[in-house]
Design a protein around this ligand. Structure first.
Ligand code: F6P
Length: 342
């Protein structure tokens, strides 16, 4: 048995831990061989591979990024993309493919296995934690820890200058990173994409925080939107899956708050720092378990499935189900943290 492995979409801490677990168990327990496909779906599309064996995965557990490289290549948008993938898999004598990715990468895996007979198993990853089929995706915990540390640091500088500090975090159309890091970092306002915000309300929380002689920290998710108006974007460029590049709301909000309250405001956009560096212990644990279960799914011939965390169990769910629905923050959960605003 020869198994192909690829990592697609935005990178995130823990990808290498999955690759290591897949290869270690696959070689040691099942005697499998592996082919590492380069840069997400570009690898199978162009037949770009790297050797993947036990020496190749030594020492990679704590390393961020992915030894296989990643990209947002969408083979469904490339002429003869599916045919080329099938030909390259055959050329490499690959019997099964493990695709490690988010909504887009796994969406392609779901179609390849559902409609085109390619034997795929999926592993969910994204710092956004927005896949409904799994309780958590690895990468999220690390991103939350990085954002929380940044918020902790911003408290002291905000207070030295008695300024408003707006922190823009990632998460696309889900507010998980903002909610968790905002709560953990003691933010005074948390704004998420799931609920439009009222700038006047934000200003009144900011003003009341200054009354208690502390400076406010406003955590805003990159996908958050004001009540009156559209999503604030720096540019309109799209990736090959048709997603616009989010970011810009933090800058915009700081200017509005400064204009309306007369208080000096600054913005910190955390950006890709949230995706870089070593994975947290939780992400190493989750990614490793996902890897072990993914290669077990290959051994069982459970193609068209994805591994997922339910409570503390790793289970298999249909790939199609995995990508069907975005997991967003429920209004009740968001309401819980409202007591800390202002
Ligand atoms: O999906 C992960 C993510 O980091 C989002 O939070 C963010 O909007 C996007 O990827 C950024 O993508 P890129 O790496 O293409 O700039």
């Amino acid at each position: 048995m020869r198994v192909g492995v690829l990592t697609g979409g935005g990178d995130c801490p823990g990808l290498n831990a999955v690759i290591r677990a897949v290869v270690r168990k696959g070689v040691q327990e099942y005697g499998y061989e592996f082919a590492g496909f380069k840069d997400g779906w570009r690898g199978p599309l162009e037949g770009a591979t790297v050797p993947l064996d036990i020496p190749a995965v030594r020492g990679i557990l704590p390393r961020g990024g992915t030894i296989l490289g990643s990209s947002r290549t969408n083979p469904l948008k490339v002429e003869n993309g599916i045919r080329r993938i099938k030909e390259n898999l055959a050329k490499q004598e690959v019997d099964a493919l493990i695709a490690i990715g988010g909504e887009d990468t796994l969406g392609v895996a779901a179609r390849l296995s559902g409609e085109y007979g390619v034997s795929c198993v999926g592993v969910p990853k994204t710092i956004d934690n927005d896949l409904s089929a799994t309780d958590y995706t690895f990468g999220f915990d690390t991103a939350v820890n990085i954002a929380t540390e940044a918020i902790d640091r911003l408290h002291t500088t905000a207070e030295s200058h008695m300024r408003v500090l707006v922190v823009e975090v990632m998460g696309r159309h889900a507010g998980w990173i903002a909610l968790h890091s905002g709560l953990a970092g003691g933010a005074n306002v948390i704004l998420i994409p799931e609920q439009r915000f009222d700038v006047d309300q934000v200003c009144s929380w900011v003003t009341s925080r200054f009354k208690s002689s502390y400076a406010p920290i406003v955590v805003v998710a990159e996908g958050a939107m004001p009540k009156d108006g559209d999503m604030v974007l720096k540019d309109q460029s799209q990736d090959s899956f048709g997603h616009v590049r989010l970011s810009g709301v933090g800058e915009w909000l700081a200017k509005e708050v400064e204009r309306r309250t007369g208080k000096e405001a600054r913005t910190t956009v955390l950006g890709h720092v949230q995706r870089g560096g070593t994975p947290s212990a939780f992400d190493r644990w989750l990614a490793t378990r996902f890897g072990l279960h993914a290669i077990e799914a290959v051994r069982d011939g459970a193609y068209g499935s994805m591994v997922a965390l339910r409570g503390t169990d790793v289970v298999r769910v249909p790939l199609a189900e995995a990508t069907a629905k975005l997991k967003t923050v429920a209004p009740e959960l968001y309401a819980e943290v409202g007591v800390f605003f202002g």
